[in-house]
Design a protein around this ligand. Structure first.
Ligand SMILES: Cc1ncc(COP(=O)(O)O)c(C=O)c1O
Length: 444
C-alpha cells in the first residue's frame, strides 16, 4: 500500500510519511523551492500584523462599481467571445491598446502583431526561459533579484550568475566581465534578465546614461536582453525612463504587465519580441496554456476604453509616493543606523541592517512583534542577503507603515542589545559585501 503525503496520527504519536513519488520527479523539480514571500503570506495577512512583506498593489482607488457595471454589460454583449477560447497570441484589440502604454516609455515602432499576451509577467518570464534555455545555460541578472524570476530559472535548471549593481542599477563593466567569465568557463550565456525601473527588491533605477552601454555590450557578445518593466509608469514625480526596447528592437525582449498599473487579478501582461522569438513565444504559449483568457483580456480593454487610465495611474503614483515618503521618514527617525536608497518609484525599499544582525533569523521575533518583512535571503540563490530586508510600502496605509517601522525598530534594538551582550559586532552598517546598491540613509 502506498504511503501518504501528509501527517498521520499513529498510537498517539505523529508519524510523517514520506512522499511516495519521491523517486519519480523530474530533475527540474528538485530545484523548485517555496518563495520566502509566499511562505510568509498566511502569517503576514493576520490583521494584527503590519505587513511590509508582500508586493500587493493597493486597489481601493479603482472604480469597482462602475467597472462591475461595464464588465457586466460587456459580458452580456460579447459573452460568446468572452467565455470562448481565443488566440494564443492574445486578443488583437488588447494588442493594439498596449501600444499607447508603451509609447509613454519611448517604444513607438511596435505593431499589434509584434505583441504576445501572457498570463502575467511571471508567465512571460517562464515562456522566454522555456524557449531560450537548456539546463546549465547561464542567465545573468542583477543581485538581489526578483524572486519570481529566480523561481523560473531554478525550475529550468538555469545557472543564475549575478552582475554587480549600485545606486544607478546594473554596472556595465560588471555585466561585461560576467559575460566574459561565463564564456571562458565554457558556458552558454543566453540572456540578461533586468528590471531597469524601480527594481524589485533593490528599489534602484538604471541610469539613462548606462542604458545604451548595457545594450552595446549585450549586442557585441550576442546576449539577448530581457527587460522586465512592471513598474516603469510608477515613477513618483511622473518621470519615465526610455525603455531599453526603445533603443534596440533587435536584441531586446520587453515585458510589461497590468498587475501594478491596474490590478493583478486579471493576470494579464504582454511581451514584445523580435520576429523569430515572438513566433516561438506564441508556440510556447499554445503548448503551455492554449491561450490567455479572453474574459480577462476583454475586462482590461473595457477598462482602457472607458476610463481615464492615465489619471488612474497618476493617482496610484501619488499614493505610493506618500507611502514611500512616510516609510523613508520613519526609517530616518527610528532606524537611523540602517541604510537604504530612497526609491524614485515602485513599491520597495531595500534596507541594509547592521553587522551582527541576521534578517532571516530575526524574522520570527519580528512576527511576534507584529511586523513582517521579507528577509534578503529570499532574493538570492546562494544564501546571501542576511544583512538586508525588503520593505514594501505599497499596501499598508501611511499610519500602518509608521507603526510597522516603529515595531521593527523595537525588534532590531533588542537584537542589537543581545548581540552586544554576547560580544558580537556593533551597529556599523558598512561592508558586509551583500550588495552594492545599499544607499546611505535614503539620501540618494
Ligand atoms: C519585477 C517583477 N516582474 C514580474 C512580476 C510578476 O508580475 P505579474 O503579476 O504580471 O505576473 C513582478 C511582481 O511582483 C515583479 O515585481
Amino acid at each position: 500500500m502506498p504511503t501518504v503525503n501528509n501527517d498521520m496520527q499513529q498510537g498517539g504519536s505523529k508519524v510523517i510519511k514520506s512522499d511516495p513519488w519521491m523517486d519519480s520527479y523530474a530533475a527540474r523539480a528538485d530545484n523548485m523551492r517555496a518563495s520566502e514571500i509566499r511562505a510568509l503570506f498566511a502569517t503576514a495577512s493576520r490583521p494584527d500584523v503590519v505587513s511590509l512583506a508582500g508586493g500587493m498593489p493597493y486597489l481601493d482607488y479603482l472604480p469597482f462599481k462602475e467597472l462591475s457595471e461595464l464588465i457586466g454589460k460587456m459580458l452580456l454583449d460579447k459573452g460568446d467571445v468572452a467565455w470562448q477560447y481565443g488566440s494564443a497570441q492574445g486578443d488583437p484589440h488588447l494588442r493594439e491598446d498596449v501600444l499607447q502604454i508603451m509609447a509613454l516609455e519611448g517604444i513607438k515602432d511596435v505593431q499589434p502583431d509584434d505583441v504576445v499576451i501572457s498570463n502575467g509577467s511571471q508567465n512571460a518570464i517562464d515562456l522566454v526561459t522555456r524557449i531560450m534555455c537548456d539546463p546549465g545555460d547561464v542567465v545573468i541578472t542583477e543581485a538581489p533579484n526578483y524572486v519570481g524570476a529566480l523561481g523560473v530559472f531554478a525550475s529550468f535548471q538555469v545557472e543564475v550568475v549575478n552582475a554587480m549593481t549600485d545606486a544607478d542599477g546594473l554596472i556595465p563593466e560588471s555585466f561585461e566581465e560576467t559575460i566574459v567569465a561565463a564564456k571562458k568557463a565554457g558556458k552558454k550565456v543566453k540572456f540578461l534578465y533586468t528590471v531597469p525601473n524601480f527594481h524589485n527588491p533593490a528599489g534602484v533605477t538604471m541610469s539613462v546614461e548606462r542604458r545604451p552601454r548595457i545594450l552595446e555590450i549585450a549586442r557585441r557578445h550576442h546576449v539577448l536582453v530581457v527587460e522586465d518593466n512592471p513598474y516603469g509608469l510608477l515613477g513618483f514625480d511622473g518621470q519615465t525612463y526610455p525603455a531599453l526596447r526603445s533603443m534596440d528592437a533587435e536584441n531586446v525582449v520587453y515585458l510589461s504587465s497590468f498587475s501594478k498599473i491596474i490590478a493583478p487579478g486579471m493576470r494579464i501582461a504582454w511581451i514584445v519580441a523580435p520576429t523569430g522569438i515572438r513566433k516561438k513565444l506564441i508556440l510556447a504559449n499554445e503548448a503551455s496554456i492554449l491561450c490567455p483568457p479572453n474574459m480577462s483580456q476583454m475586462t482590461i480593454t473595457t477598462y482602457l476604453d472607458n476610463f481615464d487610465w492615465k489619471k488612474q495611474i497618476s493617482q496610484y503614483r501619488g499614493m505610493y509616493k506618500e507611502r514611500c515618503d512616510t516609510m523613508d521618514a520613519a526609517l530616518k527617525k527610528y532606524l537611523p543606523y540602517c541604510s537604504w536608497n530612497k526609491p524614485k518609484g515602485g513599491f520597495y525599499i531595500w534596507l541594509k541592517i547592521p553587522e551582527g544582525l541576521n534578517s532571516k533569523e530575526m524574522l520570527p521575533r519580528a512576527i511576534t512583534a507584529k511586523v513582517a518583512y521579507v528577509a534578503g535571503t529570499g532574493f538570492y540563490l546562494d544564501g546571501s542577503g542576511t544583512h538586508h530586508m525588503r520593505l514594501s510600502f505599497c499596501y499598508p496605509t501611511p499610519e500602518k507603515i509608521t507603526i510597522g517601522i516603529q515595531r521593527l525598530a523595537g525588534v532590531m534594538n533588542n537584537e542589537l542589545k543581545t548581540a552586544e551582550l554576547f560580544g558580537q559586532a556593533g551597529v556599523e552598517a558598512a561592508g558586509n559585501g551583500d550588495s552594492a546598491a545599499d544607499g546611505h540613509n535614503g539620501k540618494h
